[in-house]
Design a protein around this ligand. Structure first.
Ligand SMILES: *Cc1c(COP(=O)(O)O)cnc(C)c1O
Length: 396
């Protein structure tokens, strides 16, 4: 047994020098900087004074906690919130000011229209069938119902085609029955500002929008809001940048990182040269090593693809991952950390100043959205640095 393993660990110590009392045995701790998210929101508002900056809070605000983040952003003046499902919208509705609007990006499954209308939530009408159901409900109730119309300008994912838009707008008094609050589309290549598809999609959207000249438009996700000023009119729909993650291209000053992930060390040991580490012995020690087992695995969203190639950090030391990442744990090399500096119960940085969500995404050839939304439920979530509401903006 490692001598350090015998040392008592009364509490967990992170590099932020905060004390984390181990009253429960969470895998680790996700620290969410609410002030950073508010600052990122305000930065977008300053970049786009002529636009309304909304907030995409689907998938529990990318795993960071929509119930905390959406009301905080409302306090900073946000009034347009986007989720994927009606159930997500229903959960957030009571937490937001009455004048805030919740949009359901994926549209409604047949039969949910009444529930949605009663809750005062706005669906995206993505198909003629969805538009028909909403329109019919409005006619039945003899009261106009608000909604957003989504059009497909080339991504082939969601929204009405040009012919379908014309069909829908041709229904008797459609615009009188359905109060169209937003005309929306989504860009396929906004993270590649030079892609010809961007100009094509914007041109196509302008053509669609000419049918509804007085309806506010919305086409910009984070990447478009940062890199495509021409796309950033109307209502912006940022997700990623609010959470402090760079949406991809270079040359734009970074937003404030809003997330830190620490996991604790649950065992330390010495192993001799020739010892295998983890399932399949995918790593064999080529010399004696001191190793640490940390309490985060792929069930926590700590990707198995980091096996034998990723790392975690401790006090400026890079600790390479040895062997395969398991479901609930993985093993890292702590040989280079001076004896006595690291103990069971100490925290190592998985995401933070030394390793960003974007770094991980690049390393794993995936999108940062996937890293964020995979972070598991076994991490304790702690919200720090709460901003005070911006009274002036919240009024306007
Ligand atoms: C998820 C989503 C967004 C936000 O995308 P980010 O890249 O996180 O800014 C915006 N619009 C739609 C339609 C989306 O599905």
């Amino acid at each position: 047994m490692d001598t350090e393993a015998a040392a008592p660990a009364p509490h967990f110590q992170t590099e932020q020098n905060e004390t984390w009392h181990p009253s429960t045995d969470e895998a680790g701790r996700l620290t969410i900087d609410m002030g950073a998210i508010a600052a990122n929101y305000c930065r977008l508002c300053a970049m786009h004074p002529a636009s309304r900056v909304g907030a995409v809070v689907k998938a529990d605000a990318y795993g960071l906690g929509a119930a905390q983040i959406a009301p905080m952003l409302a306090g900073q003046g946000a009034r347009d919130f986007f989720v994927a499902h009606l159930t997500e919208a229903l959960a957030l509705k009571p937490l937001l000011p009455p004048d805030a609007t919740l949009f359901v990006l994926n549209g409604l499954a047949p039969g949910l229209e009444r529930r949605c209308a009663e809750a005062g939530i706005l669906p995206l009408l993505n198909t003629p069938e969805q538009a028909r159901a909403w329109y019919t409900l409005a006619v039945d109730r003899t009261r106009a119902l608000p909604a957003a119309l989504q059009v497909d300008t080339g991504m082939s994912r969601l929204g009405l085609s040009e012919e379908e838009l014309d069909e829908v707008l041709g229904w008797p008094d459609f615009a009188g029955q359905v109060n169209i609050r937003l005309l929306m589309t989504h860009m396929a290549c906004a993270d590649t500002p030079g892609a010809p598809a961007n100009a094509d999609q914007m041109g196509c959207f302008a053509r669609f929008a000419a049918r509804l000249p007085s309806v506010p438009r919305s086409l910009a996700n984070s990447a478009a809001a940062m890199f495509l000023p021409e796309a950033a009119g109307g209502v912006l729909r940022p997700g990623l940048v609010l959470y402090g993650v760079d949406p991809g291209a270079s040359g734009v000053p970074e937003m404030h990182p809003a997330l830190r992930l620490d996991a604790r060390i649950i065992q330390l040991r010495h192993i001799p040269a020739g010892a295998g580490v983890g399932y399949g012995f995918d790593y064999i020690a080529d010399r004696p090593l001191r190793i640490a087992t940390i309490s985060a695995g792929y069930a926590d969203g700590w990707p198995r693809a980091l096996s034998n190639k990723g790392a975690v950090w401790f006090e400026g030391h890079r600790l390479p991952i040895l062997g395969r990442v398991s479901m609930d744990s993985c093993v890292v090399d702590v040989t280079n950390v001076p004896e006595g500096r690291i103990r069971p119960g100490d925290c190592v940085e998985l995401i933070g100043p030394h390793q960003s969500v974007s770094d991980l995404a690049v390393q794993l050839a995936t999108t940062p959205h996937e890293i964020l939304t995979s972070l598991g439920r076994r991490f304790a979530r702690s919200y720090i640095n709460h901003p005070s509401p911006d009274a002036e903006k919240a009024q306007s």
